[in-house]
Design a binder for this molecule. Structure first.
Ligand SMILES: Cc1ncc(C[n+]2csc(CCOP(=O)(O)OP(=O)(O)O)c2C)c(N)n1
Ligand code: SF4
Ligand SMILES: [Mg+2]
Length: 327
């Protein structure tokens, strides 16, 4: 074996530290910390090459995510994480693309992009950090805030029922993967993110994320009573370990290929369904459709671009002719 080969083998195995960057500024007990830990573990276990991996986010506490990953990252503008990620995937389909977006970022200002991203079904893993509040800007109601929630923008309580991100996603054409996790069951959170990463297409994972700063009591009942979690258990979904199965006995054998049942489960708020609601590995991926039959070499792209520019170029002989004809 050549030295080069040995070096390559050594290089291709990564440790957790290879993905850790800086000390997160999130509050103590913030669910974003658990999501970060699960994602760093996934990168290590899958040996994702840091230079081939990119995390894209919008604006919000959760959108600070790329700063804490020692990979490529793009901390974008509010609501625009998905189109940025799509642009990256289009230009570099070889990269592992992850998106971290908040409930304000994705479901409020970014809602139009969310719907179209699901329809385009590009190969990326989208994590919706849903704390049901605008955390960074200090407690305004978001579209997913529950009815009656008091916040700085809804001092008498939110008038509307919260928008259900799972139901919305499951209603979009070409949806291919929808799952739900909670930040306080790390084993299942990890398994779900891992399954999402392995899906080819847009995998949408809504993660119920605690914000102890602004809504410290919101999920207390769900954390204290395991019966208030409905574990979706299936050979085509996630398999629950025996230890966890003893604690979370409220379970349903749900086949993720059944979209009708997935839609019913998506509307259940109590108990919280946790697992893979829907998975269809056969939905076409946009970048494959778009690139089919095309050899997108740099030379070919350059030739194509030059031909387009040439159509609008004014050549010296053209202007001479115009001068002679008095034009
Ligand atoms: C165009 C634009 N509008 C509004 C804001 C202000 N802003 C920054 S973050 C944010 C909401 C963040 O909420 P969410 O996406 O739920 O993230 P969290 O902080 O809860 O993780 C808002 C309204 C902004 N930065 N840019
Ligand atoms: S304000 Fe809430 S969401 Fe933001 S870091 Fe603190 S706990 Fe997390
Ligand atoms: Mg939020």
């Amino acid at each position: 074996m050549t030295t080069e080969c040995l070096l390559r083998m050594y290089d291709e195995h990564f440790e957790l530290e290879d993905y850790q960057s800086g000390v997160p500024r999130w509050c103590t007990g913030c669910g974003d910390n658990a999501i970060l830990a699960a994602v760093q573990r996934l990168c290590r276990d899958e040996d994702l090459r840091p230079e081939k991996t990119v995390f894209v986010s919008g604006i919000g506490c959760s959108s600070r995510f790329p700063h804490y990953m020692k990979t490529y990252g793009f901390h974008g503008i509010h609501g625009r994480a998905l189109p940025v990620a799509e642009g990256i995937k289009m230009a570099r389909p070889d990269l592992n693309v992850f998106v971290n977006t908040g409930d304000g970022d994705c479901c409020s200002i970014g809602a139009a992009h969310w719907i179209h991203a699901v329809r385009y079904n590009m190969n990326m893993t989208v994590m919706l950090h849903d704390n049901q509040i605008y955390g960074l800007t200090k407690m305004q109601a978001s579209p997913t805030s529950p009815r009656g929630l008091k916040s700085n923008t809804t001092p008498r309580g939110a008038y509307l029922e919260g928008l259900q991100p799972l139901s919305v996603t499951l209603g979009v054409q070409n949806v291919s993967f929808v799952a739900q996790a909670v930040d306080w069951i790390p084993e299942v959170l990890y398994d779900i993110i891992r399954a999402a990463y392995h899906h080819k297409g847009l995998s949408f994972v809504r993660i119920i994320q605690r914000c102890p700063e602004w809504l410290p009591k919101l999920y207390e009942p769900f954390m204290q009573d395991p019966q208030k979690i409905l574990l979706l258990n299936h050979e085509r979904g996630i398999k629950v370990s025996p230890g966890l199965a003893k604690v979370y006995t409220n379970q349903e054998q749900h086949d993720p290929s059944n979209i009708h049942r997935a839609r019913e489960i998506a509307s259940v708020l109590d108990p919280i369904p946790v697992g893979i609601l829907f998975h269809d590995p056969d939905v076409p991926v946009y970048e494959d459709l778009r690139n089919a039959g095309q050899i997108r070499s740099t030379r070919r792209l350059k030739t194509g671009l030059e031909a387009e520019f040439d159509k609008f170029t004014v050549w010296p002989q053209d202007s001479d002719q115009r001068t002679q004809s008095g034009a």
